[in-house]
Design a protein around this ligand. Structure first.
Ligand code: JHZ
Ligand code: ZN
Length: 485
């Protein structure tokens, strides 16, 4: 029932035909919902607007009143993307999530009314197949000093980054003096492991709070955006880098040419630029629609990344499928003709073509699936509320901003969300204004149902919260379809 993390290299189920199966399956949730004695209302087969009305709102709390809010469009110039950011080809819109907030801007109660919103919509380039947002939330709004996300909030991520550090140390950073630079190092999970092993390193991250946490763990960090300027300064201070690494950051930067100019400045001729990012094929296969929010400007495929890095004068030499965040790829990029190109690159590009990952129609069907999930979820939450059951959210993820604001889920359906991150506690969720409470509140007393926004950590969370289930609690999952487990 759970989204199972994948193991091994490049063994994505979508290439074994599961994507096709998934596309054909519908009316998915009914059986599961009825298992709980809660037949879905008409919303399960109705549209999302109907579901929003049943939830007693047009959009998440207050978002209808445009004058209450200061749209990002009126504050700062927002660059629209009628053409591809990378190749200037035509971008066709596929999915529109409407007006959305900054996904990590958790509000203090006194800040309600001063949020920034933008239109979250994605399209696909007809020429290079890069899936991208049509409007960009400015990075200055997203990655501020008080950016609250911390990579170390999950044991699974901690293990993952320790493994990555070990792999880099053994393969690319074996010589004393080799330098590794991490773009978007957050609280330093990977760098502290390399630092402890004596590897020369520096992280670059504009989020001062996260950078302070990294420094406290012994990682060296520069509070800054990574671009040509900061890259040149790092090179002048420390010499060129053997490895530039980044996890869940490169796809976040709309003006990606700045990143590549920086990499070009800083990388040694024989060095590698390694980055991990969510894989669009996994997002499509499992209907992980909530992986689309302001920060995820690009949804990478191998075909599009291959073309992108070539445009910036580099070569994609390897790609590896990893289970992180529901399915990601680790890309290895080098200067042209310096390293052999592994067969994984061509193989995944072929697989993507076979399964329509570069086609507009695939994303239109994805959009229809999202509408059904939204309607099913709102219907279930409404039924539970009307039946007097207590439902709370688990994990105030960035992803939950898309779910709550798109579906119109506010505190009337989910009174609060429990989260372990001190920086989020006591705040309100962006746009939907659902209060964030400390994790300890979850068991005090346990609710009847927990809506698992942190589904990418399902295994870890469910193991940790065994008592909740033993005491009769049930989990609600919503991707790839709504169900109670
Ligand atoms: P989690 C962020 O996404 C933003 P988010 C960013 N754009 C990105 O790509 C990824 O990270 C890397 C809490 N939690 O990891 C902690 C518990 O409360 O899904 C976090 O607030 N109890 C950079 O925000 C949230 O859930 C737990 O036991 O979608 C998880 O956030 C665990 C495991 C987590 O990333
Ligand atoms: Zn393009």
């Amino acid at each position: 029932m759970l989204p199972q993390p994948r193991t091994g290299r490049d063994d994505g189920g979508w290439r074994k035909g599961r994507l096709k199966h998934h596309r054909q399956r519908r009316e998915p949730a009914a059986g599961d919902l009825r298992r709980d004695g809660l037949a879905p209302t008409g919303a399960a087969s109705g549209d999302l607007r109907g579901a929003r009305r049943r939830a007693g709102r047009g959009r998440a709390d207050g978002c209808d009143t445009a004058k209450e809010h200061d749209d990002v469009n009126s504050r700062e110039r927002v660059s629209t993307a009628p053409v591809c950011r990378l190749c200037a080809g035509p971008v066709r819109e596929c999915v529109d999530f409407g007006r959305q907030p900054v996904s990590n801007a958790f509000l203090r109660p006194q800040d309600v009314g001063s949020e920034s919103f933008f239109r979250l919509a994605v399209g696909i380039c007809a020429d290079c197949a890069m899936v991208q947002q049509l409007e960009a939330m400015p990075t200055s709004h997203m990655f501020r000093a008080d950016y609250p996300y911390r990579s170390s909030s999950s044991d699974g991520l901690r293990r993952h980054f320790e493994q990555v550090a070990g792999w880099l140390r053994d393969t690319e950073l074996a010589d004393p003096g080799d330098l590794v630079v991490e773009i978007g190092c957050n609280d330093g999970l990977m760098l502290r492991t390399l630092g402890a092993a004596g590897v020369r390193h520096i992280g670059v991250d504009p989020a001062a709070g996260a950078a302070r946490a990294a420094a406290a763990r012994g990682a060296e960090v520069r509070v800054d955006f990574f671009d040509e300027r900061s890259a040149a300064e790092i090179r002048a201070e420390r010499g060129p880098a053997k490895v530039i690494f980044s996890a869940n950051t490169i796809s976040h930067i709309a003006d990606i040419d700045e990143i590549f100019r920086g990499v070009d400045r800083l990388l040694r001729p024989d060095g590698v630029f390694v980055f991990e990012d969510r894989y669009v094929a996994d997002i499509i296969e499992h209907a992980y629609f909530d992986q689309i929010y302001d920060e995820h400007f690009y949804l990478f495929s191998v075909r599009a990344v291959d073309a992108m890095v070539a445009r910036f004068g580099f070569e994609l030499v390897d790609v590896e499928h990893i289970p992180i965040h529901g399915g990601s790829l680790r890309y290895t990029v080098a200067r042209p003709r310096v390293r052999p190109v592994r067969e994984s690159v061509a193989r995944l590009i072929e697989d993507e073509a076979r399964y329509g990952i570069g086609e507009h129609d695939t994303y239109v069907r994805f959009g229809q699936q999202i509408d059904r999930i939204g309607a099913d979820l709102v219907a279930l939450l409404t039924d539970l509320r009307d039946a007097g059951r207590r439902v709370v959210g688990y994990g105030a993820t960035s992803k939950s901003a898309t779910v709550t604001n798109y579906c119109g889920i506010g505190p009337d359906l989910v009174p609060y969300i429990c989260d372990t991150t001190p920086e989020k506690q006591g705040r309100l969720s962006p746009g939907a204004h659902i209060p964030i409470r400390p994790h300890e509140v979850f068991a005090d007393p346990y609710p009847d149902y927990a809506l698992l926004f942190a589904w990418n950590h399902a295994e870890e969370v469910m193991a940790k919260e065994r008592r909740f289930v033993e005491q009769g609690g049930r989990w609600i999952l919503y991707v790839p379809h709504v169900r109670i487990v």
